[in-house]
Design a protein around this ligand. Structure first.
Ligand SMILES: Nc1ncnc2c1ncn2[C@@H]1O[C@H](COP(=O)(O)OP(=O)(O)OP(=O)(O)O)[C@@H](O)[C@H]1O
Ligand SMILES: [Mg+2]
Length: 504
């Protein structure tokens, strides 16, 4: 009996057909804006400080190019960059590198166009290569990269002239991944706006924030950061940052509760803060990888037996998560850098943080941000009191409210006892469930101050106070600090005028 050697396993080489594989990769789910963002990742990783994007209608044959001032690539490096899966997902990346799969440049570009040319300038000079889908198809399955820029117009090529180094990515034969459906000029313009909004959001920390400074222009105008957490707004509630040790590295988590609609200067500011997809869609987690936003909003499947949905009532809750690129696998980052899923080991702590932020956000949303700690600061007295969870009754009328105290002094004992019993009945029958349902379905009704009605109500109270011995000025001044009269413009003057007018 001799030693048995392991038999070689018979294999057969089955390389993919280039045209078919690349054709399939077009469908991984990029949109124009996520595709452009993926190209920008490369520019940032190459140390770019300024990136210009040009996007031209070109009589229905759109052409786009992205120019950066990064370190550029020598010829060999550029060839490697054009290789599908050049640097694979297992390679160790520098902390600055926003890439992972060695695919982005190719898959993002070719999801939108049929011809990708990359021109790059480094100390050795210019180099350029082109992938052309139609050429690939004709060449019968091979991976034949075209040398040179396939007749790129001098006007575009010259963009690199004035730069010491940099890279120019050009998309020609743009079809947005669609075969027959041609884009209209209107949809082209709408696309441009979406791209602007998306980049403003995804790179906001680079455009104005705590990341390395970067300037992005789109067709000549500067992309302005959109900050989901309103860093400069002092009415945002900011929870302290928490650190969680998880698989792949430490993540940092911070919860924010955005201000109630009433606290914005106007409707435009409010809409803007909502974000590109609006308030309800943009609630939830914002996952960043090296300060680049991966996913904006949503609850990452957290929420217990039934995952949380994006309810209107929790729309003011936003939570920032910072993950390092060493955690890519554990967070299951996808090729488009648009999806991230938290590893099981940290779902519990994330859920706890989110529960807290959601609860606070609901309070601000439903109570219009006026109840609780802020009440004292504004000095407006309110008739309803919200009691802590677990209290016997959640919503009660303040018995120490000035008007109630006033009434107590003016009524006889049985009369006031009846009034108190009535209050008790009102408190016990607050239709909380119904209100909850209505708010969830229709949102909080717009708080239109009907001033003439309110003035009438205030006036009848002021008259009673007058009869009790207060001067018109005193009565008006007290009512002016009570909810909801404080919302009527010039209520004090209006009341005084009416009270004095009545006397004449
Ligand atoms: N604008 C650029 N400037 C300098 N080098 C670049 C540029 N774009 C791409 N490269 C080089 O080409 C390589 C391949 O880019 P590609 O986007 O295809 O993959 P990746 O960035 O490595 O990973 P991912 O698929 O996650 O984006 C990069 O790793 C980088 O070395
Ligand atoms: Mg990349």
């Amino acid at each position: 009996m001799g030693l048995s050697l392991p038999l070689p396993v018979p294999t057969r080489a089955v390389p993919p057909s280039a045209a078919a594989l690349v054709g399939s990769l077009r469908g991984v789910g990029y949109s124009l804006e996520t595709a452009i963002a993926d190209i920008l990742d490369n520019s940032i990783a190459a140390g770019a400080k300024s990136i210009d994007i040009q996007w031209e209608w070109n009589d229905g044959e759109p052409v786009g190019w992205i120019l950066d001032d990064g370190h550029g690539m020598h010829t060999d490096r550029l060839v490697e960059a054009m290789r599908f899966g050049g640097i694979g997902p297992e390679a160790k990346r520098t902390a600055e590198d926003l890439g992972r799969f060695g695919l982005g440049l190719k898959t993002a570009s070719l999801s939108q166009c049929r011809q990708l040319t990359v021109v790059s300038k480094a100390s050795s000079g210019l180099a350029s290569f082109t992938w052309d889908l139609d050429q690939l198809r004709k060449s019968g399955g091979g991976w034949d990269l075209i040398e040179g820029d396939a007749g790129l117009s001098g006007e575009i090529r010259d963009q690199l002239k004035s730069r010491k180094s940099g890279t120019l990515v050009v998309w020609r034969m743009v079809d947005f991944g669609r075969t027959n459906d041609r884009p209209s000029y209107e949809s082209f313009l709408a696309d441009l706006q979406r791209v602007d909004a998306h980049l403003a959001m995804v790179f906001h920390r680079f455009l104005a924030g705590d990341a390395r400074a970067l300037e992005i222009t789109l067709n000549g105008s500067r992309v302005k950061a959109w900050d989901p957490f309103l860093e400069n707004d002092e009415s945002v509630i900011r929870n302290p940052e928490q650190r969680i040790e998880g698989p792949g590295g430490r993540v940092r988590v911070r919860g924010f509760v955005l201000p109630h609609r009433d606290r914005f200067r106007n409707e435009i500011e409010f809409e803007k803060a909502g974000g590109p997809d609006g308030w309800t869609a943009q609630q939830g987690f914002y996952v960043y990888r090296h300060k680049r936003l991966l996913s904006a909003g949503g609850w990452l499947g957290l929420g217990g037996s039934r995952a949380w949905t994006r309810d209107e009532t929790s729309r003011l809750a936003r939570i920032r998560i910072d993950i390092p690129n060493t955690a890519d696998h554990d967070w299951r980052i996808d090729v488009r850098k648009a999806i991230a899923r938290p590893p099981d080991a940290i779902r519990k702590p994330l859920q706890r943080i989110a529960e807290d932020v959601r609860r606070k956000a609901r309070e601000v949303f439903v109570h219009r941000g006026q109840y609780g700690s802020r009440q004292k600061a504004t000095g407006v007295s309110r008739i309803w009191q919200v009691n802590p969870e677990g209290a016997k009754r959640r919503y009660t009328v303040r018995r120490d409210h000035e008007l109630i105290q006033f009434l107590k002094g003016r009524m006889d004992k049985t009369g006031f006892e009846f009034f108190e019993a009535l209050l008790d009945l009102v408190e016990r029958t607050v239709p909380v469930d119904r209100v909850w349902l209505d708010v969830t379905e229709h949102g909080v009704p717009d708080d239109e101050v009907n001033s003439s009605e309110l003035v009438t109500t205030a006036l009848s109270m002021a008259r009673m106070m007058e009869r009790a011995g207060l001067t018109p000025h005193e009565a008006a001044a007290r009512l002016a600090t009570m909810d909801p009269f404080d919302k009527v413009e010039d209520i004090e003057e209006k009341l005084i005028r009416k009270l004095q007018g009545a006397k004449r």
